[in-house]
Design a protein around this ligand. Structure first.
Ligand code: 13P
Length: 231
């Protein structure tokens, strides 16, 4: 978990929320972000435009659903809480309504391994969670299931979720999921593209791990990153 203080993390959360909209993967007050802290998590408040949001508006929550702060937490606090609770491998949850990922999500179209970069989401595909009303426990349950063994998923008729160890890495993955979605929508206009085999995707994922590529956790002792020379 990050060594940054909660105050630093609140400032970073405002910055990342604004970057989410500026980078084009979200608009308006859609989307939300959470960051694990000791005994709970920080989360963006509900329905507050990001350009008006300040560090003091970020809400602190515990895993029982209690919160401290002037504003109410994001309506999606349940899936943020449940993902952070069940996924000790990640510290940040980012949700947005990016256009191409949502285009696929409204058709319940998972993204298969049509391109090797699907591996950055941790597996052979990016799944679509079944639809449930926003803010409900059912949506949280559906999202957790779609995220099993993955770092990202689409939410049926809703948007996408990207996970990370840091806010920057979760944002980078959210942007990557959007790029892959856009490529896939475009590729489909020429017919169904061929799909990489699970064996090849195992090699891709291993290669990403060895090179600490994207969000892949470091592969203990076998990192194949280039060594920086002293001079
Ligand atoms: P909040 O403003 O409550 O975070 O809701 C936005 C959203 O995207 C709901 O899914």
């Amino acid at each position: 978990m990050s060594e940054l203080t909660n105050r630093d993390l609140r400032h970073e959360m405002v910055d990342i929320a604004r970057k989410m909209n500026a980078s084009g993967i979200n608009q308006g007050t859609a989307g939300n972000i959470s960051q694990r802290i000791e005994n709970g998590f920080l989360i963006t408040p509900s329905s507050l435009p990001y350009d008006r949001m300040e560090a003091g508006d970020i809400v602190e929550m515990d895993f029982d659903g209690g919160y401290a702060g002037q504003l109410r937490p994001s309506s999606e606090w349940r899936f943020h809480r449940d993902i952070l609770k069940h996924r000790p491998d990640i510290d940040v949850v980012l949700h947005c309504h990016s256009i191409y990922a949502t285009t696929l999500a409204v058709h319940y179209k998972p993204i298969p391994a049509f391109h090797y970069m699907i591996g950055v989401a941790g597996g052979y595909d990016i799944r679509v969670a079944d639809y449930a009303t926003f803010g409900t426990q059912q949506l949280s349950d559906n999202a957790l299931e779609a995220l099993e063994g993955r770092l990202a998923c689409l939410l049926g008729q809703h948007g996408q979720i990207a996970l990370g160890k840091t806010m920057e890495s979760a944002l980078a993955l959210g942007r990557e999921v959007e790029t892959l979605s856009r490529l896939y929508v475009q590729a489909l206009t020429l017919g169904d593209p061929p799909i990489l085999s699970n064996e090849e995707m195992d090699r891709v994922i291993e290669q990403m791990r060895k090179m600490s590529y994207g969000q892949m956790p470091d592969a203990d002792g076998i990192n194949d990153v280039p060594k920086k020379r002293d001079s």
